[in-house]
Ligand binder design. Structure first.
Ligand code: GLN
Length: 249
């Protein structure tokens, strides 16, 4: 019998980057894989652990964090810059939320004015507003093109950082702020990298996005066009409809 098709996920800095249930994203991916008979292996990496080889993973996930945590881990993350670049080039999918989104850019200037160097893999940069009370906080809905179809992606944002020079945004803002106060664009999306301010957790509110990522990873790993059977998402749909109604979208 063929071995079960299995995805390997690397969860980065789980002790420092996990705001508003970011880990829920991995739980959603695992659940949606296992319901369909696929396997899911989750490994974690944080400071002090053995060096990971990012190219061995199908998906790398990192969540959001406070400025303090971001400044601590940035130095560690930069050690892996070349290996991370290689993994991106090889097709590993990267899902990066908020604080992690910022750290893949040129730099993040924190609320105290301190510059936290980013991986500088993508040319955007982020600067926090000096007034620490001035943050983009609240529900957010964006219109995202996944393949040939548009889907409304719902989440929650809480960031002081304002991100500039995003040449390939994740979506158009329908409700909320996005990359900066009052922006019309949100996040960064290029091939196998989605970087976004949307917590939520993102994937529990957006099963279509979860399946888009899973299909990408399975097709990439098994060099196939794998059909994902439909799951019963009726609760998710009820929740989504209710939220969209509340935001008048
Ligand atoms: N500390 C960053 C900011 O305030 C990221 C916050 C987050 O990850 N939610 O912009």
């Amino acid at each position: 019998m063929d071995a079960k098709k299995t995805l390997k996920i690397l969860y980065l800095y789980p002790d420092m980057l996990e705001l508003y249930g970011d880990y829920g994203n991995i739980q959603v991916l695992k659940y949606r894989l296992e319901k369909r008979g696929f396997g899911c292996e989750i490994e974690r990496y944080s400071i002090g652990d053995n060096n990971p080889d990012f190219t061995e993973y199908d998906l790398v996930f990192a969540g959001g964090g406070a400025d303090q945590e971001q400044s601590i881990l940035a130095e560690d993350l930069i050690k892996y810059k070349d290996n991370i670049k290689k993994a991106i080039q090889n097709g590993t999918f990267f899902l990066l939320i908020c604080g992690a989104y910022q750290l893949f850019g040129k730099y993040y200037k924190g609320v105290d004015g301190n510059i936290i160097p980013g991986l500088d893999i993508f040319p955007y940069y982020t600067e926090a507003i000096e007034d620490r009370k001035s943050r983009c906080i609240g529900n957010i809905v964006i219109n995202v093109k996944l393949g040939d179809t548009y889907t409304k992606v719902i989440g929650f944002e809480n960031h002081g950082g304002q991100t500039f020079d995003v040449f390939s945004p994740f979506g158009d803002v329908l409700f909320g702020n996005g990359n900066k106060f009052g922006d019309s664009k949100e996040g960064f999306f290029l091939n196998n990298v989605i970087a976004t301010y949307l917590h939520g957790p993102l994937l529990s509110k957006n099963p279509v996005l979860a399946d888009y990522i899973l299909k990408y990873c399975l097709d990439m790993k098994y060099n196939d066009d794998i059909k994902l059977v439909d799951l019963d998402d009726s609760f998710e749909e009820l929740c989504r409809n209710e939220l969209l109604k509340r935001f008048d979208i």
